[in-house]
Design a protein around this ligand. Structure first.
Ligand code: NAD
Length: 493
């Protein structure tokens, strides 16, 4: 299939997205396929192999053999680093192709996709450097013993990924797994299979040994679940919803797997009355209306101190009314379509719930006038959303900002923490001590002061509470994808 849906879209052949197992592209053993839809039109743009337990077993078997009998876990770190840098180079060389595939598959605006593709390459570069720094420790235990630790690869990893930024999020996991010497099976989300296959094609042309990196396409219940339960998988790296994480953990319990989970968020952007007004407005708009609002780090709750509330929320709403919604391939587009009609309906149900509860619609709330069909939604701002209601508490995962006011530091903190999530938080204030106090007290794994969104390879990223288990993008992540062996050497009798 190669039908383009936008005059601006580059011509791009999208054939059957096959599995990649043991260095070969394969159709599903049972022969099934499923369609992937264009979020702009909800029309099919390609097909992928519909993986089942048999395909998963073949992929895990290939990964197991590459781990047990192959070179990869035993290569010097510098050699693994060289191959990771090869992969980074291949992604950079084909960056525009990835950008086009991802825009087509998930409807992300092209202007924002370029940064994500660059970041995918950086992930490999960072972990190539990090693996050369990974070191064990030695312990002073008197003159009788020498005691030291070494990091050994953990084994076969299952990488089960979401649809919202597939290339960038999967490379966050692939790069450290490979750096650590693990072998892996990647299961991309069924709504976004395109970039995983292209990545496999590029990896196949590098020096990475066959069987180290495998891809199985398919649905959660039929491909994800058998992968999460497979007895030969030691480590499960999952990015997605908390409810899915619970199932994955239960499926792996009989074989005592290790987990790294990056889950949802309902992150607060907290603005105190002494904040830099324009900076806070810019940040609030950027943190919810970029990446189609489908971002785990979305600053989806705007909490503003009472004296500033009316003016700040009015300014954010005014900016929201000017967010350009449209064709993801148009470089001027700031907000593309939501991923599917089903997800669009789910996001809108939160707007309806907030309005039914007495919230005020300050911007958006429906499809824009010039986009009356499909999965488009105007940038939406809701004022006076009550804590304790679903729109305030739950992750909406779309371009919907809920705003609430507070009176004192204690109330700001209580509201910020009044959610089961704890991924990120932002605080805007001119008071340095207050900023640090808030950073200390807020229940979130990543806190921005007078800023939003920035994080870069090397700094640990992950959530408190229901937002996750483990830390990504960092030395901590690399170490967590290994197992530590302690050696105690006796000198004497
Ligand atoms: P999801 O949980 O529905 O699906 C994620 C993956 O799990 C898919 O590949 C799916 O096929 C698979 N899956 C579904 N059921 C399964 C099962 N029973 N066993 C094994 N695998 C199964 O999540 P999604 O809708 O694709 O992604 C959106 C969610 O991801 C949001 O909650 C978002 O916040 C979260 N997310 C978190 C981060 C982060 O870094 N914290 C980043 C991106 C997305």
């Amino acid at each position: 299939m190669s039908a383009t849906t936008s005059a601006l879209e580059p011509a791009l052949e999208v054939g059957l997205q096959r599995h990649f197992i043991g260095g070969e592209f394969r159709e599903a053993i049972r022969g099934g396929t499923f369609e992937t839809l264009n979020p702009v039109t909800n029309e099919p743009i390609g097909e992928a192999a519909d993986g089942t337990a048999e395909d998963v077993d073949a992929a895990v078997t290939a990964a197991r053999a590459a781990f047990d009998d192959g070179d990869w876990p035993r290569l010097p770190a510098a050699e693994r680093a060289r191959i990771l840098r090869q992969i980074a180079g291949a992604i950079r060389e084909h960056a525009e192709e990835f950008v086009a595939l991802e825009c087509r598959d998930i409807g992300m605006p092209i202007s924002q996709m370029r940064g994500l593709a660059a970041r995918a390459a950086e992930n490999f570069d960072y972990f190539a450097s990090a693996i050369e720094q990974l070191h064990g420790r030695s312990f002073q235990s008197g003159s009788a013993f020498l005691n030291y630790t070494v990091h050994k690869p953990a084994g076969v990893a299952a990488l089960i990924m979401p649809w919202n930024a597939p290339l960038m999020l999967s490379t966050w996991r692939i790069a450290p797994c490979l750096a650590a010497g693990d072998t892996l099976v990647l299961k991309p989300a069924e709504w976004s299979p395109l970039t995983a296959t292209r990545l496999a094609e590029l990896i196949a042309a590098t020096d990475l040994p066959a069987g180290v990196f495998n891809v199985v396409h398919g649905f959660g219940e039929t491909a994800g679940a058998p992968l999460a339960a497979h007895r030969d998988v030691q480590l499960v790296c999952f990015t997605g919803e908390g409810a899915t994480a619970e199932k994955i953990m239960a499926a792996g319990a009989p074989t005592l797997k290790r987990y790294s989970f990056e889950l949802g968020g309902k992150s607060p952007v907290v603005v105190f009355a002494d904040a830099d007004f324009d900076r806070a407005v810019d940040a609030a708009v950027a943190q919810i209306f970029t990446l189609n609002g489908q971002r785990c780090t979305a600053g989806s709750r705007l909490l503003v101190e009472r004296p500033l509330y009316d003016d700040l929320v009015a300014a954010v709403a005014e900016r929201a009314r000017h967010v350009r919604v449209g064709d993801p391939f148009d470089p001027r587009t700031e907000l593309g379509p939501l991923i599917t009609a089903e997800h669009h309906a789910r996001v809108c149900s939160y707007i309806d719930a907030a309005l039914a509860d007495g919230a005020e619609l300050l911007a958006g709330g429906a499809r824009p006038e010039d986009r009356p069909d499909g999965n488009f939604l105007a940038a939406t701002v809701l004022g006076g959303v009550r804590p304790g209601t679903r729109p305030f508490d739950e992750e909406i995962f779309g371009p919907v900002l809920v705003a609430t006011q507070f009176e004192r530091y204690e109330e700001a903190l209580a509201l910020a923490n009044d959610t089961s999530y704890g991924l990120t938080a932002s605080v805007f204030t001119g008071d340095l001590a207050l900023a640090h106090r808030f950073a200390r007290d807020v229940e979130a794994g990543f806190v921005w002061v007078n800023d939003v969104s920035k994080h870069f390879p090397g700094v640990p990223f992950g959530g408190f509470k229901d937002s996750g288990v483990g830390r990504e993008e960092s030395y901590e992540e690399l170490a967590s994808y290994t197992q530590v062996k302690n050696v105690n050497v006796s000198f004497g009798a």
